[in-house]
Design a protein around this ligand. Structure first.
Ligand code: TMP
Length: 257
């Protein structure tokens, strides 16, 4: 197949021009990075898993009326999405203290929060994606007050949906990050959930054992990342049976007569 024109290559995905105006093909790589790409690895199968997992969550959101960029999956590693103008803010929702909030504020990891906390980070690798306030976003023109209000409302709806999905499979949704984009319909602008929703951008803890099923497995060297993502996909029933990675299988024991 003729290769499509590449628009952008990020740390975990590549974007290509889509077949129609207003569409983009999103390709999921096997690359894993952490700490602003200070730590890197290629994890066999991660792209295939995240393509499926993001499809699963975005489809569910579309079905309950939370607008997302997702149109359809094209193949193992690619999905067709709506082209958006990405707002340069990462929206993080936290239900339980962990990660940078725990280290910044000295709140012990695992402390349940009295209400979901929403944070905005400015998407700028050269500055290490700093935490900002709404005042900065408005003053520097990254988003208007109305955009920010809509982003908070979208983020809370995603939080309710994802928390419920995870609860159903015995997992606590500790926190997650989403990105939001603008689409234009004439002069009218709408905000929709874009980028990806996958264990690369969530913290997911098993409810009974506390086992981590997200990118912290890679960030903190806790084991095999693809195994953790496969466990999540299996619990969700996301991977078709013949693509499930159950590890090596003995096909010939060598002692048949
Ligand atoms: P943090 O505790 O490191 O700030 O991360 C909060 C959530 O955001 C966590 O679920 C991981 C996700 N995240 C990303 O998706 N991309 C990033 O670059 C960072 C720093 C965090």
């Amino acid at each position: 197949m003729a290769r499509r024109r590449m628009i952008y290559e990020g740390k975990a995905k590549i974007l290509y021009e889509g077949p129609e105006q207003g569409t983009i093909v999103q390709y999921f790589k096997d690359d894993a990075t952490a700490f602003n790409a200070e730590k890197k690895a290629v994890i066999d199968g991660k792209g295939v898993l995240n393509n499926r997992l993001s499809e699963h969550f975005m489809t569910g959101l579309n079905l309950i009326g939370v607008p997302t960029h997702f149109i359809k999956r094209l193949n193992m590693r690619e999905q067709l999405v709506k082209a958006v103008e990405i707002i340069p803010l990462e929206v993080v929702v936290r239900n339980i203290a962990a990660g940078s909030m725990s280290s910044r504020l000295g709140i012990k990891e695992g402390t349940p929060l009295p209400r979901p906390i929403i944070e905005f980070y400015y998407k700028e690798d050269s500055l290490n994606d700093p935490l900002i306030t709404e005042e900065h976003a408005i003053a520097f023109g990254w988003a208007s007050q109305q955009d920010l209000d809509e982003m908070v409302s979208l983020a809370l709806r995603v939080n309710d949906f994802l928390s419920g999905v995870m609860f159903g499979i015995g997992i606590k949704l500790v926190d997650f990050k989403i990105e939001i984009g603008r689409i234009f319909d004439g002069d009218y602008q709408r905000l929709i959930v874009a980028d990806e929703i996958s264990p690369d951008s969530c913290r997911l803890w098993d409810m009974e054992t506390g086992q981590k099923l997200d990118k912290d497995v890679f960030r903190r060297d806790l084991g095999n990342l693809a195994d953790a993502y496969t466990e999540l996909a299996n619990r969700l029933g996301v991977m078709p049976k013949n693509q499930q990675n159950d590890g090596p299988k003995l096909v010939h024991s060598g002692d048949e007569k």
